[in-house]
Design a protein around this ligand. Structure first.
Ligand SMILES: Cc1cc2nc3c(=O)[nH]c(=O)nc-3n(C[C@H](O)[C@H](O)[C@H](O)COP(=O)(O)OP(=O)(O)OC[C@H]3O[C@@H](n4cnc5c(N)ncnc54)[C@H](O)[C@@H]3O)c2cc1C
Length: 394
């Protein structure tokens, strides 16, 4: 029965960041990782971006194995016994620990049709599967026009594939962006040859003559060599719930990232935390949060707690457009748009009760910290005193 002073459950970016921090604080302690994927931790963002622009697959690995941790890969933690400080995996192996971290992320939401014919794009295995299909096929159906769907559609189009982007929404990243910007993106995608079918629900996905046939609610069909979906993520909370840890929109943690027990922590996509600048509890599915929160959890586990008050930023690349963003980007909020060049370069402020809740830096770089500071300010803010506040890139 392996015993670890620190057991990290989950094998993603958060896990790796935590192990790096633990190692720095406690260089000789026994550290173990249980990861459901057969691969060691890797950076996920390149799977839908850089790897389609020529970066090699080797560039994604985080090198966790070199940090002196024992990696139990291809193993899923099935039960967590908090009082007994035990975990049992899907092979029946029991692990004991002094401190444990839940860094188990989330699972893609699935459609009721199509089964495993649909690639719910999340992992390096999904990337490899799609790459293989793209080597042999020419036409792809991408379901969902949020973060993942919009990036995969752009990646495939940039690789000279024919893409039909199907979405319940009528714009691209419509829940995030002001309506005009979301509609502008539809035009950009069309200019790059992507067909956008907005306001369409997928009714069925079947196989026909070695290809896939996607049928949408209006009755139209797309024959494709591959079907990829990005329709959201559900945090992996079952393990925590069964262990009677508190679960809300994720595993609930305090500011030291403890999950309701002094020896159990949670971080990354799975964790629900309080952010003081926004004065709200939140769960964030982005790289910066995985890295910084993972590190904070590792420090806290190793006896160097520092309250997690970080307001994460996130980013995306869509063809030649790109952005960084901080805080709450919710298209339902009041927005103030400050364009240097309409829809190409500018800043969008998201307001609620005269406070800035989020900032979108559209093709605008180097302003993330200034955006964080603005969100922390009390206000009151209106269009007149926001325009020009954060300069757009030249
Ligand atoms: C294709 C793609 C592109 C992205 N692009 C961006 C981007 O451009 N910008 C950005 O900010 N963010 C991006 N993200 C989001 C970012 O990658 C995630 O926020 C980050 O990976 C979360 O890391 P995590 O370790 O918390 O969770 P995960 O990455 O979900 O890792 C959790 C790991 O734990 C494993 N696991 C789950 N349950 C168990 C269990 N019971 N036992 C053992 N192991 C378990 C899972 O298999 C997984 O390997 C992207 C994500 C994807 C998928």
């Amino acid at each position: 029965m392996p015993h670890y002073k620190y057991l990290v459950i989950g094998g993603g970016m958060t896990a790796d960041a935590a192990i790096e921090a633990i190692r720095q604080a406690d260089p000789t302690a026994a550290v173990g990782l249980i990861g459901a994927e057969s691969s060691p931790p890797y950076n996920r963002p390149p799977l839908s971006k850089a790897l389609w622009k020529g970066k090699p697959l080797e560039s994604i690995w985080r090198g966790t194995e070199r940090r002196g941790a024992t990696l139990h890969l291809g193993r899923t933690a099935r039960t967590l016994d908090v009082a007994g400080h035990r975990v049992v995996d899907d092979h029946g192996i029991e692990y004991t620990w002094t401190k444990a971290l839940l860094a188990i992320g989330g699972a893609p939401r699935r459609l009721p049709v199509g089964g495993d014919d649909i690639i719910y794009f999340r992992s390096v295995d999904d990337y490899t599967r799609l790459r293989h299909l793209a080597e042999h096929g020419q036409r792809f159906a991408v379901i969902g026009s949020g973060f993942i769907g919009s990036e995969i559609a752009a990646a495939l189009a940039m690789n000279q594939k024919e893409v039909v982007l199907l979405s319940l929404e009528r714009g691209i990243c419509e829940r995030l962006l002001p309506r005009t910007l979301s509609a502008f993106l539809v035009d950009v995608y069309r200019e790059h040859g992507v067909q956008f079918w907005g306001g369409e629900a997928v009714a069925d996905v079947t196989r026909q003559d070695g290809r896939y046939l996607v049928t949408v609610g209006s009755g139209r069909t797309v024959a494709a060599d591959g079907v990829i979906a990005g329709i959201g993520l559900a945090p992996n909370v079952d393990l925590a719930r069964a262990a009677r840890l508190r679960v809300g929109n994720g595993v609930v943690v305090d500011e030291q990232l403890r999950a309701g027990h002094p020896d159990v922590y949670a971080a990354g996509d799975v964790a629900e935390f309080y952010n003081p600048a926004l004065d709200t509890r939140m769960r964030v599915e982005h790289e910066d949060n995985a890295n910084v929160m993972g590190r904070a959890a590792g420090c806290a586990m190793a006896g160097r707690p520092d309250p997690y008050h970080h307001l994460p930023f996130f980013y995306s690349d869509l063809f030649d457009l790109g952005y960084e963003a901080v805080g709450v980007l919710d298209a339902r909020l009041e927005t103030v748009e400050d364009w240097k060049e309409p829809n190409r370069t500018g800043v969008v402020y998201y307001l609620q009760r005269e406070r800035v809740r989020g900032v979108l830096l559209w093709n605008t770089w180097g302003q993330v910290d200034a955006a964080r500071a603005l969100i922390a300010e009390q206000g009151p803010f209106r269009a007149a005193n926001l325009k020009g506040r954060l300069p757009a890139s030249t």
